[in-house]
Design a binder for this molecule. Structure first.
Ligand SMILES: [Zn+2]
Ligand SMILES: [Zn+2]
Length: 237
């Protein structure tokens, strides 16, 4: 599986907002900077099959209307799935109307298929070659979902340290992990939480959603198997 880290930062960071491109087909989260990163790497947008949104904080889907504008002008575009929490479709249509009023009506009908994730959703069964498990994580006051793809790549989404994070580690080989803070909060995990997880789980961790001060602190600690990537870097897993 190929994972490209389109963004590894948070809204406070000079890096793009956290986002991953899996096998050039599945895009996870589309916050600020993600569309420009896709353009920088000359990504062919017609390859995109599914967009998964972890939750409805703007740093995870603010670039989605701009991405849709770019998709809409592509010829030979096949229908794309957009998967995410309840309310995503309505919010997205509202955001798109801010860009260009009514411009997207026909595009949404013909090219976009929405799938809503609910707290009881266990898996996303759209493509035969991808087994995607869903874990509702604890991001304090908003529904947020982590994903496990083919029991290989885990993505925590924004979360504090909760039992679902341990489930994601249990069922993945490598985990793209929210390490926003130096010290964890009720919204986000911190470097201290990663040290707690590592007492039980030795999976490789890719740090994401980093604040810039957290990135510097994490680099100084040289934690074994905690990988800090630059935006745009690719990994084969
Ligand atoms: Zn959030
Ligand atoms: Zn966030």
């Amino acid at each position: 599986m190929k994972v490209r880290l389109l963004g590894t930062g948070s809204i406070y960071s000079k890096y793009n907002c956290a986002s991953e491109l899996i096998d050039d087909k599945i895009l996870v989260d589309v916050g600020n900077g993600v569309l420009k990163e896709l353009r920088k790497i000359n990504y062919d947008l017609t390859k995109l099959k599914m967009i998964m949104i972890t939750h409805l904080h703007a740093d995870h889907y603010a670039d989605l209307p701009a991405l849709l504008i770019n998709l809409e002008v592509e010829k030979n575009l096949k229908p794309i799935y957009i998967v995410g929490p309840k309310g995503l479709k309505e919010n997205l249509i509202g955001l798109c109307n801010i860009y260009y009023h009514d411009y997207f009506d026909r595009f949404f009908k013909e090219k976009i298929k929405f799938m809503e994730i609910l707290p009881e959703t266990k898996s996303i069964e759209i493509f035969n070659d991808y087994d995607i498990m869903v874990q509702k994580v604890d991001h304090y006051n908003i529904e947020c979902y982590g994903y496990i793809i083919n029991n290989k790549v885990g993505i925590t989404g924004d979360t504090c340290l909760c039992k679902e994070v341990f489930n994601i580690f249990e069922n993945s080989e490598i985990v793209i992990t929210d390490i926003s803070m130096i010290k964890g909060t009720k919204y986000h995990m911190g470097i201290d939480d990663i040290q707690t997880i590592r007492k039980t789980y030795k999976n490789k961790i890719i740090a994401t959603h980093l604040r810039d001060d957290t990135r510097e602190e994490l680099k100084k600690k040289y934690l074994e198997d905690v990988i800090i990537k630059e935006d745009g870097e690719e990994m084969i897993i």
